[in-house]
Design a binder for this molecule. Structure first.
Ligand code: SME
Length: 158
């Protein structure tokens, strides 16, 4: 039985520092990949109240919508398309301070203004991406990049 999340206050870094061990606890002993992705989304949404947080799973030459929290979203994204498809192709975290300035950005919602996309690599191969959207410009920085990568690394130590 999962316990309620303790919602930390303080700086963004302090919030992540409180959240990471809690997510580690949530994943411990659970080997189902989708269940773990779902709880990561819920924990991030609860702590930060992000506008949209979710996973897209690599399926052939496309990303397909996986577990998420937030408004309904596009279900399929082609390789190298949009922020998500580009992060997948480059296998690198992408921080987009203003989505209107990202060529080819896919607007699932016109309310989304900035975005970070983190690829989940397994044995050197991208198998999914984590996408986080904000209604404000410039919401994401290297702190988000560091801790979101730390959170995704927890999936590989299951
Ligand atoms: N904006 C993303 C699409 C996914 S949604 O934001 C949930 C992109 O450009 O790839």
């Amino acid at each position: 039985m999962a316990e309620d999340l303790h919602i930390a206050s303080g700086s963004k870094e302090q919030q992540y520092q409180s959240l990471v061990p809690q997510i580690k606890g949530l994943l411990q002993g659970e080997t189902n990949f989708i269940a773990n992705l779902a709880n990561i989304c819920a924990a991030l949404k609860e702590q930060f109240n992000f506008f949209w947080v979710g996973f897209y799973l690599v399926e052939g030459k496309e990303l397909v919508l996986g577990p998420f929290q937030g408004p309904v979203a596009c279900t399929r994204i082609a390789y190298n398309r949009g922020v998500c498809g580009t992060a997948w192709a480059n296998e690198e975290t992408l921080i987009v301070p203003n989505v209107d300035e990202f060529p080819g950005h896919i607007a699932c919602s016109s309310l989304s203004k900035s975005e970070i996309v983190v690829p989940l690599l397994q044995n050197g191969k991208c198998i999914a991406i984590l996408d986080v959207d904000s209604k404000e410009l410039n919401s994401f920085d290297l702190i988000d990049k560091q801790y979101l990568n730390t959170i995704l690394d927890l999936l590989n130590s299951q």
